[in-house]
Design a protein around this ligand. Sequence first.
Ligand code: GLU
Length: 496
Amino acid sequence: MPNQTVRVRFAPSPTGYFHLGSARTALYDFLVARHYNGRFIVRIEDTDRTRYQPDAIPDLLEGLRWLGLWWDEGPEVGGDYGPYYQSDRLPFYQEYAEKLVREGKAYRCYCSPERLEALRAEQRAAGLPPGYDRHCRYLTQQEIAHYEAQGIRPVIRLAIPTEGVTEFDDFLRGHIVVENSLLDDFVLLKSDGFPTYHLAHVVDDRLMEISHVLRGDEWLPSAPRHVLLYRAFGWEMPIHVHLPVILDPSGKGKLSKRKKVLPDGREQFTYIHDFRRAGYLPEAMVNFLALVGWSYDGQTEFFSRDQLIRCFTLEGISKSPSALSYEKLEYMNAAYIRNLGVNDLTGRLLWVFTQQGFQADFDTVFRLTPLIRERIKTLNEAIQWVDFVFTDDFTYDPALLIQKGMDIPMTATMLRAALEALEPLEAFDEPAIEAALREMGARLGVKTGTFLGTLRVACTGKQVAPPLFGTLSVIGKQRVLSRLRRALSALGGLAQ
Ligand code: GLU
């Protein structure tokens, strides 16, 4: 790495919610900055007023914080290179565009939208690539004065070399050479005084002393323009790293920004807030995203944040696109859940239950946590496993009480037997419940699985639930007894 301080920026445009692709870029920015003891900067590129979405910025900042990608400079924290919203930096762009005009490297263009449209139509008809024909590049002083007198507000365009080639190096792609004849005099400053992305980010990357630009591959075709702009200013270019695109799970198309609903009803999220709401852990998301296009040794899968910071290098970024595997994310999330300490997981589950409107408390969830931690792939899956603990108001089909090979009278006998076994218990804990029910099952002469199957449906409303003895203990004695009685009367209803 150069001796220069590493300064890396994440520069989102607030045109939509924070999605997986941007989150991966932000993570790589963060990891490069941390790995090389540099600075991680967030800059909001909000100069495209037509596509601006006001709720995109809070969504983005919340997403970054949730992932733990704390920034050293940027919105809310400030810094020495601010402001960090491009809409607050308009005077800089105007000043630098004017400088190029004064030096004859850029010029004002007065062409009307109608003229430009007609030009594009002509080019299309002739099968030529679209591009500005440099009409205003060679205007005389009189012509300029004429347009100015009409009050036309011009744009500013860069006067690029009409011959030769533009060359640059991309960290991943290597040396790239483009014929200048394929490029046109692109707009730097629009007639309303707002910059284009091209001008704004080059000026900002320079003024903010950015050392590395990591951005999506979709910007690679524009990179030669940026090289020309750096040249026009006489500035050295930061190291550019164009990140390969993320493909959808089939590996066939680019990952869409919208969530997809699969034929079986499962949803494939792409917005970060959807993952958060569905109960993914930020630690798992970070680990997972790091591996979408980067690898350490081709095999290590699990990395803590500190390990990622230690191991992450630009050299490890893949040159080819990677397909996103939702299965892998689920698998990783489940592994992270299993590895959390009970107290930590309890706190997170308590939050999920409370958010869903359940009257949950820490102690109850603390007792449930060991019973379900091996069974859930997301925090929210805990709800379907143990919702019956927090509400008595659940329904089930009484026919489910009757186990295979059993009938109504025999099922009623088992329920009464369970009441008889559990009622006298003083300590309603797991060992006492287990002993009492096993003994009663043996006395009845039914298989333990059959006996417990009926009790499970009666007390949880489900055929599949966490281990029963522990679960009954958490539900509590009085509620278990009343659920058994409720099941008995439901069975009575079946008999009629
Ligand atoms: N604002 C651009 C985007 O959101 C940033 C590209 C860059 O990092 O330079 O795509």
